[in-house]
Design a protein around this ligand. Sequence first.
Ligand code: ZN
Length: 267
Amino acid sequence: MLSEKFYVIDAHCHVYPAKIATAAVSATDAFYGVVSALDGSTDALRKEMQVSGVDHALVQSVATTPHQVGSINRFIAQTVRDNPCFTGLGTLHPDSADQAADVEEILALGLKGVKLHPDIQGFAVDDARCMKIYELCQEAGLVILMHTGDSRYDNSNPNRLLPVLKAFPRLTVIGGHLGGYSVWDEASRAYGGLPNFYVDTSSSIFFLGVDRAKEIILRYGFDHVLFGTDYPMYRAQSELAHLLEMGFTEAEYEKIFSKNARRLFKL
Ligand SMILES: [Zn+2]
């Protein structure tokens, strides 16, 4: 396996408590019209990492209501304590009554960033309700992994996110799915050259094909791209194989597979 040559960090994995994993994965599948390859449990993720040569994973789960925020953050923290091969990202919700307390708990739990999903959590990225989240994350040095893009909605496309990146210049944001699921071309042109904006490769290559995905990765540059699978949606082995087909140099692959994630999350 060629990927065994590299230390590989999967920067985009969703995990769920065992008792709700099936329902959560089916709901996401219905939303995107796909069938996830795996079941969303932490056990299946660990096995997937073993068979595909992935060494470390960034795990997260998204609160769809404000009252879930604390319990999900504690679940992710416990999952990370039980699995040294994981690093955890917390969740926040724009309707929470006390964002500052939520961020403090995330920091106290040792979580390294925050995952936000505008479409599933019901907000537009430039919504006034979200400004406190960005301000707190910027001050705390928490990286935001933001779901970005969907041609069906107008929540997280570049017209929404660009003004936020400009208003919070010290905030580090990773735009999931090569910066804009289903709006890849528009996104990769809009965000080029922003120093604190990164993308992950998840849920994109299957739709774009290897050549177009490569073109988009090149637009962002090797210092701004992180490997991700969107576990449980896609198999790591095939995502890695597609990336390895792109013919980058060893040093360029090292950046995508681990160096950029290590730098951003201080791993
Ligand atoms: Zn995601």
